[in-house]
Design a protein around this ligand. Structure first.
Ligand SMILES: Nc1ncnc2c1ncn2[C@@H]1O[C@H](COP(=O)(O)OP(=O)(O)O)[C@@H](O)[C@H]1O
Ligand SMILES: [Mg+2]
Length: 333
């Protein structure tokens, strides 16, 4: 496709394995993803599919037990070979991360204004006064009164804490924000507000977004493109609306049925669910890893691994039924 230098983020054939030998956990297996300037990509998948591992790999935040192969280019620069000083700077100004559960990421004993100002002081070499004024500006940008700068994390609601996390992520004008389940711990109304805030923040400053969620509806509401992840691989990618409304991969279809539209409160309170669980990465099924749960699996699916293949303009899917005729002798499993 395009060369690395013109993309904000380019992930090539990325694999991450925790541990080694018999207990090795291949959490991410050969992922390719690209985000251009200002683009918003959503990565969807159930718990355990490797989404957070992917996010952590981007900024080298994985534990030492994790072995990584492949390439991760941020603005054309390989994250894997960056020196520590450069990496620290890049973690704020290049790409910053918003995690689920802001309470654990904020320091309980420091006022939130100081925590927001900290990266500005460190990486911008700002004066304390300039740091405070930047913190006040960021608080207002995320919809909190500047006076809340003096509050401690426990004095804020979950939604307010997530706003603080977003303010921190925006502090050094990053070019990319990685948001891992940013609204999962929040109730439906607050979830919608935080999504609008993320959307507005990235649009105003033309920031790229990699948003991760198990909830396909949340992602399709916010992102331009969607990638569906299963058992450590991308099994479908394409324009957000198309993937949400008419996924090519049976797993994408199941996910979108399980997570109805964000505005549709009644059905969101009673999602249709998706039977079974994703496989344990250390004991993956043969063939297509989704075949044991797939409602339309054929004999061939238990034997042959499937990789991404073209599925229409700007779309791809890793399913035997996509793009070519299924051999006539194949029977439903
Ligand atoms: N530090 C770790 N050590 C060993 N295995 C891990 C570690 N972190 C995650 N895993 C395993 O890697 C797989 C993917 O996990 P994760 O990336 O957290 O998925 P997701 O974010 O999609 O829920 C899971 O099987 C999980 O148990
Ligand atoms: Mg996760």
């Amino acid at each position: 496709m395009t060369d690395g230098a013109s993309n904000l983020l380019e992930i090539r054939n990325l694999s991450v394995t925790y541990g080694s030998g018999a207990s090795a956990v291949p959490a991410v297996r050969g992922v390719d993803l690209t985000i251009g300037p200002g683009q918003k990509l959503g990565v969807a998948g159930e718990s355990g599919c490797g989404k957070s591992t992917l996010a952590l790999a981007l900024l080298r935040l994985l534990p030492p037990t994790a072995k990584l192969t492949g390439e991760i280019l941020l603005d054309g620069e390989d994250v894997r070979t960056m020196k520590w000083g450069r990496l620290r700077a890049v973690r704020w100004a290049g790409a910053s991360i918003v995690f689920q559960g802001a309470m654990h990421s904020l320091n309980a004993v420091h006022r939130i204004g100081d925590q927001i100002a900290e990266p500005v002081l460190l990486h911008r070499h700002a004066t304390p006064a300039a740091g405070r004024s930047r913190a006040a500006e960021l608080l207002e940008q995320v919809g909190l009164p500047a006076a809340r700068a003096d509050a401690y994390p426990h004095e804020l609601s979950g939604g307010q804490r997530q706003r603080v996390m977003i303010a921190m992520a925006l502090a050094c004008d990053p070019r990319l924000i990685v948001a891992d389940e940013p609204t999962t711990a929040l109730d439906v109304m607050i979830q919608a507000q935080i999504l609008r805030l993320i959307e507005r923040s990235v649009a105003e400053q033309d920031i790229g977004l990699l948003m991760i969620s198990h909830d396909l509806a949340v992602l399709s509401d916010t992102c331009d493109r969607l990638a569906v992840m299963y058992a450590g691989r991308i099994v479908e990618e394409g324009p957000a609306r198309q993937v949400y409304d008419a996924a090519e991969h049976p797993y994408g279809r199941a996910l979108s049925a399980a997570f109805p539209r964000v505005g549709d409160l009644a059905s969101r309170r009673a999602p249709r669910g998706l039977p079974g669980d994703p496989p344990d990465p250390s004991a993956l099924p043969s063939g297509c890893t989704f075949h044991p749960r797939c409602p339309v699996a054929l004999d061939i699916c238990a034997r042959e691994d499937q990789t991404l293949r073209p599925a229409g303009p700007g779309r791809s899917a890793a399913c035997v039924r996509v793009g070519s005729a299924v051999p006539a002798q194949e029977q439903p499993l």
